[in-house]
Design a protein around this ligand. Sequence first.
Ligand SMILES: Nc1ncnc2c1ncn2[C@@H]1O[C@H](COP(=O)(O)OP(=O)(O)OP(=O)(O)O)[C@@H](O)[C@H]1O
Ligand SMILES: [Mg+2]
Length: 277
Amino acid sequence: MSATAATSGPIGLRIKPTGKRGSTNTPNPDLSHNIILYVEGITKSFDGFKALNDLSLYIETGELRCIIGPNGAGKTTMMDVITGKTRPDTGSVWFGQNIDLLGLTEPEIAQAGIGRKFQKPTVFGEHTVFENLELAMASDKSVWKVLFAKLTAAQRDRIHEVLGIIGLSEHLNAAAGALSHGQKQWLEIGMLMMQDPLVLLVDEPVAGMTPQETERTAELLISLEGKHSVVVVEHDMNFVRSIARKVTVLHEGHVLAEGSMDEVQNNPQVKTVYLGE
Ligand SMILES: Nc1ncnc2c1ncn2[C@@H]1O[C@H](COP(=O)(O)OP(=O)(O)OP(=O)(O)O)[C@@H](O)[C@H]1O
Ligand SMILES: [Mg+2]
């Protein structure tokens, strides 16, 4: 692991970091201050254009946060920075009090407990729903080995539990490729959950879904709240309203407003730049 012990910690709460990491390969984040993600002063330029411009935001442990904002506001870039896909020019990103995410590689960040769902489902089409979850649980990604290894009772229980959460218990033997677009998206959320991430980042989960699938996705994401911290980026305002607790509005790579859905929708600046009023 390339991370070094924390020497400064997040600045947001001005607390002394513990500077300790877990003894295992994947450190446990110190969540003693109830903040699981600190994004602080992040700037990222592409060819001189600031996709993120001094972006700071804080995600509480177990919260369900919606991030909205016009096209090009920097929402996906923000997720790229948190997951280590993109390196920022300035700023810091902390996972709890003690894990400096900018010191970790993309796979290390995933292993530390930050899962990401991209817009396009990436399920194994020829394998069944159950097998997809089985594959997602394994650290050894050799399909052959995984599918021929015997599952423990606990692993089997966990797969069935996740099948229930994602609403695919009745489809466990269906080929993933035969699922509807919405079901594939849920399966992919289930595959992420097999890794037991503390944080789930979900970019435009309901794009292309039917209204019924959208509603079911809202229930699914709400059901994850508490056990996981979930950050949802979405353009569908009816959907956002249906799941919204705290909403963050990004504009030009910066937080424009934050609050309840009503608060941000009634914010004059938000109306001007985003809602087109
Ligand atoms: N790899 C890159 N190279 C150059 N420019 C990029 C790159 N990634 C993002 N950008 C630019 O950064 C800005 C922010 O893009 P980003 O994808 O983060 O926006 P977004 O809020 O996710 O938008 P959308 O709602 O359309 O998905 C855009 O102007 C985009 O063109
Ligand atoms: Mg985007």
